[in-house]
Ligand binder design. Structure first.
Ligand code: F6P
Length: 358
């Protein structure tokens, strides 16, 4: 009898999820396994199970599609994280229900494609007797134990495209332009998107900024005859004396946003410069994955099925030192990979006269 495996996408979506699903279906076929895909993340594991067959036909032609054909959620019965550092334990009754579906469907293992919170849930399932293999996913690129997650490159490409567009209009009008991007706790998107997009100022959660320092930078650029000042700010960035711009929502999570508007207003007041603010929001999460994310997603999907084939469970596929490998899921969860304020990339940026507002 063919081995049957399950796969699910959980948490916030990102470009590249469908590339993983397609690779899982093809690799499973290669090893003579069957795949079912659970709908809406872990919710699909609740009895009697909400799933569809994922074979080569069902996954044909989806590589270039953003989102996930399985659907996903960052709410529901299986939320293991409610905020940075917070940890919630999934009630035993819910875990038992998932195990019931797992057993009734005769599954051999489940591939969990998700970020920190979803992989924490996967770990709990694994500790309760369900063989799990993790695939790291987040546009924020803040997951430990992997050098990169798919979705990040596509999000950065979106930031760069926005910067290119904003740059021309900012220059025509001699304006200051502030672009707010995603990144609640880590500034990777702002740092990469800012550097590639030619930002003059990059503000990230890891380096608290001073509004007066930013204003000085703008005044100085004005004196040198700069036609525009381009700023990228991560949604989780905050001033030295200030707080993060976020509000709690019903699920207990925080929703971020508003820091760009605050910085834009303050800089306009302090410098008298015409300033405009653009919030990129979920544009960064949607659309076609870049070639990098398609390849990374595909290789992660292949390796996940190979781990199942080798009977290696409780592991997450990872990209390290230029190749795909695997690490225990425990190495990846409960800590975030943030930008080190003294890392080489930040130092390089400073040498190239990019200000971090500090
Ligand atoms: O974790 C990825 C992320 O894109 C964050 O950067 C952002 O704050 C958050 O998800 C938004 O998630 P949602 O709007 O889906 O709740």
């Amino acid at each position: 009898m063919k081995k049957k495996i399950g796969v699910l996408t959980s948490g916030g979506d990102c470009p590249g999820l469908n590339a993983v699903l397609r690779a899982v279906a093809r690799t499973a076929d290669h090893y003579g396994m069957e795949v079912i895909g659970f709908r809406e993340g872990f919710e699909g594991l609740l009895p009697p199970g909400d799933f569809l067959k994922l074979d080569r036909n069902a996954t044909a032609g989806i590589m270039h599609l953003g989102g996930t054909i399985l659907g996903t959620t960052n709410k529901g019965h299986f939320v293991a994280k409610v905020g940075a550092g917070d940890k919630a334990t999934i009630p035993q009754e819910i875990i038992n229900k998932a195990r019931q579906t797992f057993n009734e469907l005769g599954l051999h293992a489940v591939i969990v494609i998700g970020g920190d919170g979803s992989l924490s849930t996967g770990l709990q399932l694994s500790e309760n007797g369900m063989p799990v293999v993790g695939v790291p996913k987040t546009i924020d690129n803040d997951l430990e134990a992997t050098a990169i997650t798919f979705g990040f490159d596509s999000a950065v490409a979106c930031v760069v495209d926005a910067m290119d567009r904003l740059h021309t209009t900012a220059t025509s009008h001699r304006r200051v332009m502030v672009l707010e991007v995603m990144g609640r706790h880590a500034g990777w998107i702002a740092l990469y998107g800012g550097m590639a997009g030619g930002a003059d100022v990059i503000l990230i959660p890891e380096i608290p900024f001073s509004l007066e320092k930013i204003a000085q930078e703008v005044r100085q650029r004005d004196r040198f005859g700069a036609k525009s000042t381009m700023m990228v700010i991560a949604e989780g960035a905050s001033s030295r004396e200030g707080r993060q711009h976020r509000h709690s929502v019903a699920s207990g999570e925080y929703r971020f946003g508003g820091v760009g508007e605050m910085v834009g207003r303050e800089i306009a007041d302090r410098t008298g410069k015409d300033t405009r603010v653009c919030v990129l929001g979920h544009l960064q999460r949607g659309g076609t994955p870049t070639a990098v994310d398609r390849i990374l997603g595909t290789r992660f999907g292949i390796h996940a099925v190979e781990l199942i084939n080798q009977g290696k469970f409780g592991m997450m596929v990872s990209y390290m030192g230029n190749h795909i490998t695997e690490v225990p899921i425990t190495d990846a969860v409960n800590k975030l990979r943030r930008v080190a304020p003294d890392c080489q990339m930040v130092q390089d940026a400073r040498t190239a006269e990019i200000s971090f507002g500090d």
